[in-house]
Design a binder for this molecule. Sequence first.
Ligand code: RTP
Ligand code: MG
Length: 144
Amino acid sequence: MAIERTISIVKPDAVGKNVIGKIYDRFESNGLKIVAAKMKHLTRDEAEGFYAIHKERPFFGELVEFMMSGPVMIQVLEGENAVAKNREIMGVTNPINADVGTIRKDFADSMSENAVHGSDSLENAQIEINYFFQPEEIFVRTRG
Ligand code: RTP
Ligand code: MG
């Protein structure tokens, strides 16, 4: 399996619940390494641009307002099969349907306010990494 990088965002609901550390633990416990991280309060332009792929969807306005409702933690995760592994750790979009032990099952309240974002393909991961990080903000983990 290839070493990949993916974007993870701890969304405003989960930051508000003070569970950033508990969510980071899920990544680290599952072999994913944090190689970049920043807290940001997204502007409307940033939130709309990030979710531009959904702009025709009925929930777009609500999604943008939610993503602007408080600061988020954005991280680059690195590891074997990182894109799929992160999605697995997150659980499916609607927490009601998410598997036991996933982030969304344990920390999300609804389909709209669902605790985390994760890139859905390697191609989108690269686009999303470039959206939020400069190359020098992503680190080589020299000690493991
Ligand atoms: P994400 O992009 O945030 O990782 O989530 P996802 O792939 O599991 O779901 P996606 O279909 O890409 O939807 C993006 C986000 O939009 C919100 N949403 N609300 N109210 C609704 O019907 C609805 N559907 C989607 C969620 O915050 C979802 O994560
Ligand atoms: Mg998505």
